[in-house]
Design a protein around this ligand. Sequence first.
Ligand code: GLU
Length: 548
Amino acid sequence: MDYQALAQLLFPHVTETPEEIEARYPRRELPEGAVVTRMAPSPTGFVHMGHLVQGLIAERMAHQSGGVLFLRIEDTDAKREVPGAVEALIDAMKYYGIRFDEGATMDGDNGLYGPYRQRQRAGIYHVFAKQLVLQGMAYPCFCTEDELSAMREEQEANKETTGYYGKYAKWRDRSLEDIQAELNAGHSWVLRFRSTGSIENQFKFDDLVKGKLTITENDVDHVLLKSDGIPTYHFAHAVDDELMRTTHVVRGDEWLPSLPFHIQLFKALGFKLPKYVHIGPLMKMDGNSKRKLSKRKDPELAMMYYTGEGFPAEAVYEYLMTVLNSNFEDWRRANPTDDATTFKFSPKKLNPAGALFDYAKLCDVSKNVISVMPAEKVCNLVLEYTREYDPEFYAELSADPEYAKAIFAIGRGGKKPRKDLATWKEAKPYMSFFYDRYFDTEAAFPEQFAKETIKAVLEGFLKTYDPADDATVWFDKVKALGESLGFTSNMKLYKQDPTAWPGSVADISTFLRIAVTGKSNSPDLYTVMGILGADRSRARIQAAIDRL
Ligand code: GLU
C-alpha cells in the first residue's frame, strides 16, 4: 500500500506536520513533580457529584504540587450538547472552590494550550490522523451501519467477542483502488486505528488508584475520526493530553476498559503516556447492598440538589474530603479551623472500588461546618438561599437583618457550639417562631397537666417577669414559681420518683416554652425571650393564657 498516496487522498487539506503542532505547545516550565491535569467534561447539561469528585481530586493534585488544572470541553458529540451547559459547569465548580488555572471560561478561552474546546481543534486532530495513515497505522473504513450491525449479529450468533477486529476488520487491508472508488462514489468513511495488539498478550500497568493492573492488549480497530471528521474520545484524549502537556489523567473508571487502546494509541503516536488516576463510582447503600448512585433514582447525584437543599459549599467539600481520604477526619479534629486545602490530599488513599456516599454523614459534617461559622456569615448565606428558594421568608429575614443575626448567634462562638442546622432549608423550621407570621398560636400543651395549672404558671411568670433580669435570676424565678405550685426544682430527686410531685421545673419551662415559641423544643428560652423582646414575649404568654 502506498501510504503516502492514501494519506494525501484522505487529508489533502492537511499541510502541517505533527512536529510543527508540537512546537506550538512547549513543555511547561514547572517545578519538579508538578501535576498538570484537567477536567474534561462533555457539556450535557447535567452537573453531578461525579464531576465535583473528579474536579476536587484533580484540583488538589494540581495545586498541592505547584502544577496546573485546566478545563477542556469535550464537545465532540454535538447531539448531546445542551446550551448553557459549559457555563453551568463552570459556575458549579467555582461555587465549590474548584479553581481552574486555564481552559474554557465563561467568555472564551484562557491559556496558551488551547483551544480548549475540542470542536475547535478539528484541524489539529487531522494532522495526527494523517501521520498515522502515513505510518500505516490508520485506514479508512466504509462500512455502513447496516453492515456493522450484521457483523455484530454474526458475532453474537457465533458467541464471539463483538467488534471490528481480525477477519471482521473488512477494510483494514483493502487496496488503494477500492478506497479510491468509494471516495469517488462519495461514500462516507471513518478513520480506524490498525491494531497490532493481540488478546493473547498481557502486560502490567500501574494506576494511581487501582494499583497494579494486568492489561490485555487491544486487538480492535477502533474509530479515531468519525465520518464528520470529528475525533472519538479516545483519539482526542491522546492528542489533547499530549499537546496540553497533561501529566495525570483523573477520570472515572468507566474508561478503564478503553485503557489498553489508549496505551496503544499513545505509543503509536509517539506520545509519552500520562499517569492515570481512575476513580471508582459513587456508591450508596440500598438495603444491605451497595450500588452506584443513579441519575434516575438518586436526586442527590445532581449538584442542583445540594444548592436546593441549602448545603453550604464548604460542607459538601468537607464531606467529600472525609469520604475520599479516610485520614481527613482525624486531621480535621486536630485542626478544626484550618482551611481544608491545607490538608495533604492523597489520591493513593481513594477507595479503588469507589466512595460510599452517606447522606446522614453529609448532614453531620454540614452541622459541624455550620456550627463554627460566624452568625453574620450564616445570616448572609441564609439570606442568599431564601432569596432564591423561599422569597416570602427572605422578605421577613431581610426586613430586619440584625434581628435575624441575633437569632443565628444563639449558642454560637463557644467551645461547644449548637449544631442545629445541617442545611439552610432547615433554618426556617428552626427559627420561624421568631416571626409572628409563622408562630404557631395553637400549639398544644402537655395533656397530663390541668389547664388551670398551666394557666397559673403563665400568669405567675408574667407577674414577676423583668427583662432586666440576668439568666440566673430569671431561672431562679422560674424555679420559685414552680415550687410555689408544688413542682420540684431538684431534677435528681424527681427522676428517682416522679410520682412524688405534680411535675418538675422542666415542665414549668415547657409551659413557658410552648407559650413563647409554640414548640416544646427550642434554644435556651431566656435567650429566645431576650431576642423576641419583652413586649412580644409578654403578648405571646398572655395570648396562651387567653386560649387556655
Ligand atoms: N469527556 C469524558 C467524560 O466526560 C472525559 C473523561 C476524561 O476525563 O478523560 O467522561
